[in-house]
Design a protein around this ligand. Structure first.
Ligand code: IMP
Ligand code: MG
Length: 198
């Protein structure tokens, strides 16, 4: 029998990889795992005996949430909301709830889970909102933090990795809806940002 005709490349090599669009790797998969495990240890100590309600901020937090809850082995509940803040420090009420959560937070110990704390406006407004709704306690937890970008007096209670003031993608974070499935956190090549501007 004649040998198989040489192929022009298998499917893997012809499918463009989003990894090729990344210029700088900021947080590796291993660093993410370590950060998630550290955060899990802290949360276990602080709320492990309280059946806490973890509230993820969609869309970006869904990857982090999925890994974080599997690193926790105490009883907990999960909910999500989709919110963004367009306010400033003098107007913390300017929080748009696109889709609200379904659980009642009254007397619950709540942990807000987000992908990144940037200006701090979103998490700050969400903490105030959930306190206002009668939560017993409200903590905030984010995988990434860009402290240099803060425009208000807010610090998350739990931070995985502090990063410099760069726009990042991956591990849930998007640029123009893409790159959420990248399993690491990185900065895109400049032309990737430019190409979608036209
Ligand atoms: P903040 O209210 O300014 O802290 O905004 C936080 C939200 O902005 C995050 O939950 C993200 O959805 C988004 N965001 C902030 N920085 C980045 C980034 O570098 N890449 C992708 N999304 C970001
Ligand atoms: Mg967000």
């Amino acid at each position: 029998p004649s040998p198989p005709a040489p192929s022009s490349g298998n499917k893997m090599s012809r499918t463009p990889s989003i990894r090729e669009d990344v210029e700088t790797l900021l947080v590796s998969g291993r660093q993410i795992d370590e950060a998630v495990n550290d955060l899990a240890t802290q949360l276990t100590e602080d709320v492990g005996d309280r059946n806490p309600l973890l509230v993820g901020v969609l869309i970006g937090a869904f990857v982090f949430m999925a890994d974080l809850i599997r690193a926790l082995d105490f009883r907990l509940e999960v909910d999500f909301l989709n919110a963004s803040s367009y306010g400033d420090c003098t107007d913390p009420g300017a929080l748009e709830i696109v889709t609200d959560m379904t659980c009642d937070v009254t007397d619950r110990d709540v942990v807000i889970v987000d992908d990144i704390c940037d200006t701090g406006q979103t998490l700050r407004a969400l903490v105030l909102m959930l306190q206002d709704r009668g939560a017993a306690s409200v903590r905030s937890c984010c995988l990434l933090d860009k402290p240099d970008r803060r425009t208000c007096d807010f610090e998350p209670d739990y931070v995985g990795v502090r990063i410099p003031d760069r726009f990042v993608v991956g591990y849930g974070l998007d640029y123009a809806g893409g790159y959420r499935n990248l399993p690491v956190v990185g900065v895109l090549r400049p032309e990737m940002y430019e190409s979608s501007k036209e």
